[in-house]
Design a protein around this ligand. Structure first.
Ligand SMILES: [Zn+2]
Length: 442
């Protein structure tokens, strides 16, 4: 039971402080340790989410921290960022409003439990957006502090990300209300040697990204399994065990120098790990070997580096020409056999750009980030589609507003206007802002 006067009730009107606008509480969406979240409607405006703090957590420092976030504004479109503080004439305390996360999004934790894993292309998109959002947060001088699978939401159809619970965002030296969530916490935070910062966020981000691609926790292998079995006699709590393997003796399941904590038989990580190219394996190995013990920006994998890595991963996705399984091109191992059918087939054509190689298979996209070296990886300037007449072939459709000049090998030059497509074949494409060569992969 909630005591009257400590929380707003559906139908009640509260006030946005900066905007000086009334907002009506619609219904309760959920609650956590810090407060209760409601759906709320702005008069003549959008439906928003309203979080009201419980009296025990509604400290002046927390209120100031949220006020600072409102003033700064969101660093990236993925964040459900505080828009305004809210007060009430009838209820003590305060709350804040933020954009409502639309119903297509589900908690990341749910995606990890789904029987059917998203395609590599969708996972690459989710990883890229998550890394990009955290990179923008860090670039603006802020850290998240409690990144975990409950406060990241994903739309698995579109490969989109939304990040909620931004209450704990602040500067590295600012007010801290949380240590984070144990299984995502950097070892030095588990050991309470530091409070969460930008560099500890990077560990949490690496754990999330690893779980996305490998479907397991990077520190939970045989050695941890044995700790739980031994626990029958030892009476340590699950939390004490997690403190041990996340904080005091963390050992990566694929540590190249120590195989004591390899995944247990039947663990999906054993199946997933070999499917990825060397550059993915290398980044995770760095994050969970040296990165566990050296919490510096030079050693932990930065969000910017993960962002580049996930763009590259997405650019390498294709369907096996023999069996249609989702595969990833690996420039270091170009003749790698298909993980599903075991065949070494001819690979699709690829577009070589000044700083990217994009495999031209159905659903591949070119963004301003590919062609213009800017940071927009979400707008599609071109997309690869199935050839309308010839099975097995693809076309590249111009979705931007520039006219392309295409010079296919051995043919007369032609132009491809906006909305038009051309059948992909070797040659040069001048996109206006950049030039690329379509070629066969080695
Ligand atoms: Zn195959």
């Amino acid at each position: 039971m909630t005591a009257a006067g400590t929380l707003p009730r559906p139908g009640e009107t509260v006030e946005m402080i900066r905007a000086a606008s009334p907002i009506t509480v619609v219904d309760r969406l959920g609650e956590g340790g810090q407060g209760v979240v409601y759906r709320a409607r702005l008069d003549g405006g959008p439906t928003l989410a309203l979080k009201w703090y419980r009296p025990t957590t509604a400290s002046p420092q927390q209120r100031q921290a949220i006020a600072d976030l409102v003033t700064r504004g969101t660093p990236h479109g993925c964040f459900s960022w505080p828009l305004d503080l809210v007060r009430s004439a009838n209820v003590d305390g305060w709350g804040y409003v933020m954009p409502l996360i639309s119903p297509e999004f589900a908690p990341f934790a749910q995606l990890l439990n789904d029987d059917v894993q998203p395609s590599f292309r969708v996972m690459a998109s989710i990883g890229r957006q998550l890394a990009e959002a955290i990179a923008c947060l860090h670039a603006s001088g802020l850290c998240y502090r409690d990144l975990n699978s409950q406060n990241v939401y994903v739309d698995r159809e579109r490969g989109a990300v939304a990040i909620c619970d931004n209450d704990n965002v602040g500067t590295d030296r600012g007010y801290v209300a949380v240590y984070g969530t144990l299984l995502y916490m950097a070892p030095e935070v588990v050991r309470r040697e530091t409070t969460p910062t930008t560099v500890t966020d990077l560990h949490s981000l690496a754990v999330l990204l690893f779980k996305l691609l490998m479907r397991g926790h990077p520190l939970e292998g045989r050695r941890v399994d044995a700790l739980y079995s031994w626990n029958g006699r030892n009476h340590a709590s699950d939390e004490e065990i997690a403190v041990q393997y996340c904080g005091y003796e963390p050992l990566f399941v694929f540590d190249p120098a120590d195989d004591a904590n390899r995944p247990v038989d039947g663990d999906p990580m054993l199946r997933m790990w070999p499917l990825y190219p060397g550059f993915v394996v290398h980044a995770f190995t760095q994050a969970f070997t040296r990165g566990l013990h050296d919490p510096s920006l030079g050693v932990r994998v930065t969000a910017q580096t993960w962002r580049k890595l996930f763009v590259r991963l997405g650019d390498g996705c294709f369907r096996c020409p023999a069996c249609s399984a989702n595969r990833i091109y690996d420039a270091e191992e170009p003749d790698k056999a298909c993980w599903s059918c075991g065949r070494r087939t001819a690979l699709p054509l690829a577009l070589e750009l000044p700083s990217h190689t994009v495999v031209l298979d159905r659903d591949a996209v070119l963004t301003p980030g590919h062609l213009h070296r800017n940071r927009d990886w979400s707008t599609n300037w071109a997309r690869v589609e199935s050839h309308p007449q010839e099975s097995g072939r693809v076309v590249l459709r111009n979705l931007g507003d520039a006219v392309w000049k295409v010079h296919a090998d051995g043919e007369e030059p032609k132009v491809v206007r906006p909305a038009q497509a051309f059948a992909v074949r070797p040659g040069i494409i001048n996109f206006g802002v950049a030039q690329g060569r379509v070629r066969t992969l080695p």
